[in-house]
Structures are given as C-alpha cells and as structure tokens.
Design a protein around this ligand. Structure first.
Ligand SMILES: [Fe+2]
Ligand SMILES: [Fe+2]
Length: 301
C-alpha cells in the first residue's frame, strides 16, 4: 500500500499541435503507443465497474481508501485517453471500428455475466458462488494487467530516447502523467487481490489470460493503425518492428518484457519491488498538463 493517500489529479491537454506521427519519423512506435488510446478508455472504465462491486468486500480501511483513490485515478486516465480519439479522427484516422470491438470485449465478454464457455466448464453451479467466482477472476485479471501498466509506466518515465527524438511534448506528457500514476498506485490491485482471494492458481491462470489478451489486442491495434494511417502507403506492423524499436529505446525492450513474467509469477512477488514512487511523484509535481489544470482551477476559484 502507498504511504500517501492516492488522489485523482485533473489534467488538461490541447491536441491541436500534435502531429500524426508524434514520434518523428517512427510511425510504428507512434501507433504501438497509440493503441493505449484504444484499449484504455474501455479497459479502465471496466476496472472502475469491477472495483465498485468489490468495495463492500474490503475489510481493511486503508486498503479501501487506496481502492477509492485508484478508482478516481483510473476514471481520469480513461477520460484523458478518450479525448485523443477525436484528434486522431481529424487527422484522418478513424478509430471507431476498433474501439467498437474493444467496448464489446470489456462490456460484454468481461461484463457481469460469466462468459458461456466458462459457465459450462469451471464456474461453480450455484448462482451466488458463480457470481463471486467471476468477480474474483476479474479482480485477479486486473491485478495482472496492472503489473503491465506499472511496467509500462516505469518504462515511459525513463524512455529518454523519446526526448532525444523530440517526441511531441503534449503526448509525452499524457503518457508520463498516466505512467507516473500507474507507478504510484502499482500495489493497489495486487493488494486487493491478495486481500479478497490471493489464490496462487488463480494468479497464474489470470496472468496467462491477461497476457495473451494484451498481446492479441495490442498487435491487432497496431496493425489497425498502421493499415489505416492515410499518410502511409503500405503500413504494416510486425514483431520484428517491435523488437527493433525496443532495441532503439522508442518502445520497451522485448527482453525486459519477458523478464517481467517470472517476477509476477514468483510467490515472493510484490509490485512495490518494481518502479520508483519518488520518480513518479517528482514527474507528477511538474507535469505540464497537471499544472495547467491546477492553474485553470485556481483561476476559476
Ligand atoms: Fe490507468
Ligand atoms: Fe492503473
């Protein structure tokens, strides 16, 4: 658990000046990171939806406070990424066909009704136990996903190569503000899972599901953007491109991503072992978008 209470920081971005390829000359790195704007609005809304159902099960006041702070932060992240989508559309890249699929994935497949395939195989037969089983499964899925959001948050805070390549400062600020809050609240989802369930088998099973789904959705999203980018003649996305960008430092390195797997699956794992809270808080104290929102709020007061 964090030492300071988590708070949702307001942010304010203006996207007019952000070009299509906000990592200059690197459409693949740009669009791979743009996938976040496709996945996160629906994904983080789903986190909030699930966590509101778990709140009554929390028997620890401090953890409940952290979960409430987490809900506030994720709701703000979801909204901030959602606001980038109209700008992409203005640039000629309409994300609607893909976001419609993502909305279905989180709202229907991972909604409150257990998926029919699971119902037939593994879910306990009584309706009450089945509801709880599915809620615990989704809490564990969120803990696994948050392992990766913390990993990516730590990466973006340290991705100096993006500064060297003069990546668009507004987009970089959105990514780093979000990444810093992911690092700040990195223990909440895991602590919550351990508090309400904590089964090691469930941790492994849901990690495998979350990892496969993330890889699947991410590569589809990157391909969608590359193929539909009106400025590219023959836009393609491949694993080789990902590997090359990772070596260059414009995306996370493949080796680092692979090394993060056994860390999550270790019985001694705790998210506080990765990432640096001080670094995250230092960024949040100077984030241009957070400062702009603070100034606007003071001006209105
Ligand atoms: Fe987030
Ligand atoms: Fe998060």
């Amino acid at each position: 658990m964090s030492n300071t209470p988590l708070k949702a920081r307001k942010v304010s971005f203006s996207w007019e000046g952000t070009p299509m390829h906000w990592v200059p000359g690197d459409p693949f790195a740009t669009h791979t990171m743009n996938v976040l704007h496709l996945l996160l609005p629906a994904g983080e809304r789903w986190f909030v939806h699930v966590y509101k159902q778990v709140l009554p099960l929390i028997r620890d006041d401090r953890l409940r406070e952290d979960v409430i702070g987490f809900i506030g932060q994720e709701a703000m992240h979801s909204q901030a990424h959602d606001e980038v989508l109209p700008h992409l559309k203005e640039l000629g890249l309409d994300p609607t066909p893909y976001t419609a699929q993502i909305d279905w994935f989180f709202e229907k497949l991972l909604g409150d009704r257990t998926p029919p395939l699971l119902n037939a195989w593994v879910v306990p037969p009584s309706p009450g136990r089945a509801r709880r089983w599915w809620l615990m499964e989704r809490v564990a899925l969120i803990a696994a996903i948050e392992h990766y959001t913390a990993f990516l948050g730590d990466w973006i805070l340290n991705a100096d190569e993006l500064d060297r390549r003069r990546a668009d400062p507004t987009m970089l600020d959105l990514m780093r503000w979000h990444g810093a809050e992911e690092v700040e609240h990195r223990s909440v989802a895991f602590d919550l899972f351990m508090h309400v369930d904590g089964s090691y088998r469930r941790r492994v099973r849901t990690w495998a599901t979350a990892f496969s789904a993330l890889v699947f959705l991410w590569q589809r999203g990157a391909r969608f953007f590359m193929e539909n980018d009106p400025t590219l003649v023959d836009g393609k996305a491949s694993f080789k491109d990902f590997y090359v960008c990772g070596r260059r430092g414009t995306l996370p390195a493949t080796g680092d991503m692979l090394k993060s797997i056994p860390r999550y699956l270790s019985r001694a794992y705790h998210p506080s072992q990765d990432g640096c809270t001080e670094q995250a808080l230092a960024y949040l104290a100077t984030s241009p978008a957070a400062l702009a929102a603070e100034k606007a709020e003071k001006g209105a007061a």
